[in-house]
Design a protein around this ligand. Sequence first.
Ligand SMILES: Nc1ncnc2c1ncn2[C@@H]1O[C@H](COP(=O)(O)OP(=O)(O)OP(=O)(O)O)[C@@H](O)[C@H]1O
Ligand SMILES: [Mg+2]
Length: 126
Amino acid sequence: MLYNKLYNKVNLLIGDLGSGKTTFVRFFAKTSGIKTTVTSPTFNILQTYNCKDTTIYHFDLYRLESSLELEEIGFYEFTKGNNTIFIEWADKFNIENIFTRYNKISFYIIEENKRKIMVDIKNGNS
Ligand SMILES: Nc1ncnc2c1ncn2[C@@H]1O[C@H](COP(=O)(O)OP(=O)(O)OP(=O)(O)O)[C@@H](O)[C@H]1O
Ligand SMILES: [Mg+2]
């Protein structure tokens, strides 16, 4: 099941503006039993959701100007634990070089109301 592959893993979300990254995290959070609405974290850079079995750290790096800011927002601290991590605009600072194990989720706009989502699981058999 896809949910189990993303749960407590680092998930990099790659795709154009409006391709569905935040919407995807919203669905995941709902599946995790989140009661509150998950909004886009663009203005916050990080939003945290405490679920029954995991904590979701939802980053949106769109507004970061330099990778030096990653340290300031607690990026390294929050991503090293055993939590569920979603990172929008993860391609911006070559984030994938930071992690040895991660999933890569790519979003493509097909039509206004149609998306293609490709999930590349790189976390082995867990
Ligand atoms: N799977 C989907 N199928 C159809 N429409 C979708 C899908 N996912 C998102 N959308 C629509 O696309 C729009 C943008 O979605 P969303 O905010 O999730 O994109 P985003 O990739 O997070 O954008 P940004 O780069 O600005 O953060 C919304 O209006 C949403 O309804
Ligand atoms: Mg978004």
